[in-house]
Design a protein around this ligand. Structure first.
Ligand code: NDP
Length: 343
């Protein structure tokens, strides 16, 4: 049995989908109501691997909303994640992915200290951030997307916005080790962490975001921003490929320019339909087959019976582990989403 802990992208989004999820009493409520709402199992899922193996899982809605961070309702945000984890564990789920902000909150507020949630002692082996598979898929999107658009990585600069993060640092390690990319442009706010990353990589150029966006042929957005940024096409190099791996999306604006190609980052497409309803609620183009790579990681771990916290902690994702999860991903029928967002 696998599990997925997820959340919606904003209060507005939550209000719109509450009815679809079968909770009409949540639809007209404000942020305070969501702060006190308990986690709910809102979907049961059946997935068939390309090998023919069938597994079952649950989607747990944590009722966390990014506005809780923006308005400093930190205690509520922490409660949401711990309660959702306890809820998943009580249902006997072997391996559960902490989607979107769940793992970011877990790390940022050091929730490993809070093992006891009422009568449940959390067993962290039963949870995975899903970030190893997400980073692997984003790297595939960089490599295959660039090739599709005729962008030669050997001649190209790749900017990583959120380079020092768990996913960003893994993407940097892979691109450095496995591709001949001309230069990595490293963007984040904390300078000390940027310098540590640059030392670890033995390369890469630390840059301000605007400078990097003007120079990059490929931009990977993996910054943990609670709300997307508005970017003008004129501030970007043309042509360029933008891979938006954030949840919520890092790009707040829709870029309608023939030379700017946007791809939804960290998304996979399965070769067979998945029996669930949750992906239509988060607006996937093909909800029966497309999903977040972090969710797919818990499915892969269940298929392989690797009941362990495969991705855990921060900035520990190795190229070897990315290769390992990547091979299992292919075996079970997952592929990186390579279609471009329509202009
Ligand atoms: P982390 O918190 O580990 O890293 C976030 C990075 O973004 C850090 O480098 C941080 O550095 C940087 N950052 C944050 N805010 C800004 C800003 N305003 N400007 C520039 N840099 C910024 O996050 P993860 O790596 O775990 O996740 C990254 C994103 O990926 C999130 O949006 C998450 O929801 C999404 N995600 C997607 C998944 C999928 O399946 N598609 C799975 C898991 C996560 P600093 O603070 O120094 O600026």
């Amino acid at each position: 049995m696998f599990g997925l802990i997820g959340h919606l992208t904003s209060l507005e989004h939550a209000k719109t989908v509450a009815k679809d999820l079968g909770y009409p009493e949540y639809a007209d409520q404000g942020l305070d109501f969501w702060c006190s709402a308990p986690p709910q199992t809102v979907d049961t899922i059946t997935v068939t691997s390309a090998t023919g193996q069938v597994i079952e899982g649950y989607y747990v809605e944590s009722c966390f909303l990014p506005e809780m961070l923006a308005t400093r309702r930190i205690k509520a945000a922490i409660r949401k994640i711990l309660n959702a984890m306890a809820h998943a564990q009580k249902q006997g789920i072997h391996i559960t992915a902490l989607g979107g902000f769940s793992s970011i909150i877990f790390e940022e507020f050091d929730l490993s200290k809070h093992r006891q949630v009422r009568n449940v002692e959390l067993d962290f082996e039963r949870f995975t951030t899903g970030n190893t598979h997400t980073a692997y898929i984003i790297c595939q999107q960089v490599e295959q997307g660039a090739q599709q658009l005729g962008i030669d990585l050997h001649q190209s600069k790749v900017a990583i916005i959120g380079a020092t993060g768990d996913i960003g640092s893994a993407v940097c390690r892979w691109l450095q080790a496995k591709t001949n990319v001309s230069e990595l442009l490293l963007v984040a706010r904390n300078q000390e962490r940027l310098q540590n990353l640059q030392a670890e990589l033995g390369g890469g150029q630390i840059m301000e975001m605007t400078e990097a966006l003007a120079e990059a042929d490929v931009v990977v957005w993996v910054a943990s921003m609670p709300k997307g940024m508005e970017i003008e096409a004129s501030k970007l190099k043309q042509p360029c490929l933008l891979i938006d791996g954030g949840y919520p999306k890092n790009l707040g604006s829709k870029l309608s320019h023939p030379n700017i190609h946007v791809m939804n980052g960290g998304i996979v497409e399965h070769s067979l339909d998945i029996d669930w309803k949750i992906m239509s609620i988060v607006n996937m183009d093909v909800p029966a087959r497309q999903l977040f790579a972090c969710f797919a990681e818990s499915m892969i771990l269940e298929f392989e019976k690797w009941h362990t916290n495969f991705s855990w902690g921060r900035n520990q994702i190795t190229v070897d582990k990315m290769e390992q999860i990547g091979q299992a991903s292919l075996k079970h029928g997952f592929r990186p989403l390579l279609s471009l967002v329509a202009n």
